[in-house]
Design a protein around this ligand. Sequence first.
Ligand code: ZN
Length: 276
Amino acid sequence: MDDRKGETAASLFERLRAGSKRIVVDGETFWRVEGDSLLDEEQLRRYAQGLEALRQARAEAREAGAPLVAMTDLSAGAEGGKIIRWAPGLELSYAVLRSTFEIGGEAGYDLAVDSTRRATADWEKTCGVRFAHRSGLDASEQLRPEGVVFVVRELDAGGSFIASAFFPDDPANRRRVLIDPSFYAPDLGFDRVGVLRHELGHVLGFRHEQIRSEAPAGCPDEDTFGTINLGDYDARSVMHYFCGGVGSKTLAITEQDKVGAQKVYGPPLGNFRFVE
Ligand SMILES: [Zn+2]
């Protein structure tokens, strides 16, 4: 984004509203920002305000680095906001909605199931989170079946993103990981499990690594308002977009990602023997 003199949060909002890709999900319109984030109109307005606040803050001294960027609770106040995460002990259950895979068909569904399972296993080895695939609900015809925290489904976004996710504080009806048919392309170029690792990083509350000020020019200038750095800048982070000649198409969880994730969720639960 260029530095536009005289821009206000209101004019930035209008520009983003007019210029950002619109995506309709179940009849609701969203604007795509940062490649794979879908915001409704009110969220886009707050996003524009955050970007403007960031631009003003850029003039001031910069905070020293961190590898993962966690979300903080803005409602608690801009200063000292608490980190947003899932409640301790909450099992992040999900279903992969088979009937939504209209383009990918059975093969696309199988790919989504397998990639999600491997990506969730990688996060479980990284920090203290637990996912559970409720495969018995995959055949549900409902887009929001009862009994799972979130769903994974196909959505034809015309290649606007490979996949898209949600953040822990998004409304419950927005808790869906969307898979665009471009995900199935043999020449995708990105590691498919890596794409899911990245999206599940958002689900856990981690923002894009490249929003940090250390990221090279050529990476999108994004909003760091309401985020907290958890370690040193890591150009190979799972949460880094492939931009500015850095980032990785493998989208692996790095050692620095691990340190950052454990600051939010603690060590992997598999490290413990729990006593009741
Ligand atoms: Zn992302």
